[in-house]
Design a protein around this ligand. Structure first.
Ligand SMILES: [Zn+2]
Length: 140
């Protein structure tokens, strides 16, 4: 049973208007799917990917330099490399995690933009690999 929102009379669930006061019910429409969650997830994951790729490039250069340095007995660059790699990995997580959560939520709640949400999760997988790679560099 439901109650009339206007006068409070008890009504059958299928009633479209109240026989007592004439109040007519609009059947509540489900909220329109919003694709913004999927768009945000996709943008965040692409941004994370770009930042991670740039960091990975820097790290490779730094790695090569630190190998050269260690050939001459130094290890200061190795230290820098480790710190930079951890920072980049953390940065990737900070942006990548919300992207993943938004992507999953968007799919779960069937919010629309399904393709974009799936793409954001796929990119998120690549991001995770890059993050692990960067972290791996730091403990080398
Ligand atoms: Zn009523």
């Amino acid at each position: 049973m439901i109650y009339c929102r206007s006068c409070g009379k008890q009504l059958h669930e299928s009633a479209h208007f109240c026989p007592q006061c004439g109040f007519s019910f609009q059947i509540a429409e489900p909220p329109k799917p919003s694709i913004w969650m999927a768009i945000t997830a996709l943008m965040l994951s692409i941004l994370t990917l770009l930042v991670l790729l740039a960091s990975a490039g820097d790290m490779q250069t730094l790695d090569a330099l630190s190998n050269l340095e260690s050939a001459f007995g130094g290890n200061s660059l190795k230290q820098t490399l480790a710190e930079e790699a951890v920072n980049s990995a953390l940065g990737g997580l900070i942006f990548g995690l919300p992207a993943g959560v938004l992507g999953i939520l968007s799919l779960n709640q069937k919010r629309g933009g399904r393709g974009m949400a799936i793409s954001s999760l796929a990119i998120g997988g690549i991001n995770l690999l890059l993050i692990l790679g960067l972290y791996g560099l730091s403990i080398k």
